[in-house]
Write a protein that binds this ligand. Structure first.
Ligand code: CAA
Length: 290
């Protein structure tokens, strides 16, 4: 089955990037957010990203306009009913996701494939609230979605082989590389990334070095594009705390336990780039203050 129309639930940091990537591949995208203010924030992210791509000479102004025109925002989930594929990227809260899938299951035809962009929740729990557990999988994009070349396809114990092959072809159509993972917390990338990021916070807690020194060491010593504190600020400390809690619950592995500093920073509202302060400080454009 070829995917022509995509429905994206959520126009936040991930949903806006995913909607944009699908539109760039020539697909019609319906994207749902809860209100107009959230839709406006999604557009701001898409417009900023398209402007960067145009400025870098990788897309013409006309193609950027055509890409934008393929994205149709709505506040009603029912407007996603004509989609061949649903990609859910709403809050990482099981109840919120469950409600979205229950409603979509009522309005979409049985042929529509459902996917979640969750980075930590079990795919099978969401598949189980629908009447299509065989046509349900994880589709995990990385931030920033317009740049990152990988998409993890997560095969729950209910997901059919046919669904996985359709998703493989879809990810390739987006110009990205798919890898298939079992439905275990963190899949492949976050399973490796999260203990590393939490370990960096413990190194900081122990006073081994400053965030700047640790970031410089990792960037120059390992050639990572960002150091761990830059990446924590970039993806959001609240998101990382949530993922660590889910992982620790599942594995009871001390390397997955959230360090006290992370909990306290989140409690203080220091969430990283989006709140203006995390391990570093940021201006209103999200640029790091010198
Ligand atoms: N949209 C479009 N293009 C973008 C972009 C965006 N949002 N962000 C960056 N770019 C482009 C820039 O325009 C630039 O393009 P050119 O090379 O053609 O000029 C290129 O990407 C590099 O950007 P910059 O020069 O501004 O900055 P950089 O070299 O520091 O790259 C970065 C920025 C791509 C974010 C890079 O730092 C990076 O790859 N960081 C690591 C990101 C990462 O690890 N993401 C995974 C997070 S984990 C996750 O997402 C999973 C989860 O579940 C939480």
């Amino acid at each position: 089955m070829a995917i022509e129309r995509v429905g994206v639930a959520g126009f936040g940091a991930m949903g806006s990037g995913i909607a944009q990537v699908c539109a760039q591949a020539g697909l019609a995208v319906a994207v749902r957010e809860v209100d107009q203010a959230a839709i406006d924030r999604g557009w701001k992210a898409v417009d900023g990203s398209l402007a960067r791509i145009v400025k870098a000479g990788r897309m013409s102004e006309d193609d950027a306009k055509a890409t934008r025109a393929r994205i149709r925002p709505t506040t009603s989930l029912a407007d996603l009913r004509d989609s061949d594929l649903i990609i859910e990227a709403v809050l990482e809260l099981p109840d919120v996701k469950r409600k979205v899938f229950e409603e979509l299951d009522r309005v979409c035809p049985p042929s529509t494939i459902f996917t979640s962009n969750t980075s930590s929740l079990p795919i099978v729990d969401m598949a189980a609230v629908t009447k299509r557990p065989d046509r349900f999988a994880g589709l995990h994009f990385f931030n920033p979605a317009p740049v990152m070349a990988l998409v993890e396809i997560v095969k729950a114990i209910t997901t059919s082989d046919e669904t996985v092959s359709t998703l493989r072809a879809f990810v390739q159509k987006l110009g990205k590389t798919p890898v298939v993972s079992k439905d275990v917390p963190g899949f492949i990338v976050n399973r490796l990334l999260v203990p590393y990021l939490l370990g960096a916070i413990r190194v900081l807690e122990q006073g081994v070095a400053t965030p700047e020194e640790i970031d410089t060491a990792v960037k120059l010593g390992l050639r990572h594009p960002m150091g761990p504190f830059e990446l924590l600020d970039y993806t959001g400390l609240d998101i990382n705390l949530h993922v660590a809690n889910v992982f620790f619950d599942e594995f009871k592995d001390p390397t997955m336990a959230p360090p006290p500093l992370l909990k306290r920073m989140v409690a203080a509202g220091h969430l990283g780039r989006k709140s203006g302060k995390g391990f570093y400080e940021y201006d209103e454009k999200g640029e790091r203050k010198k």
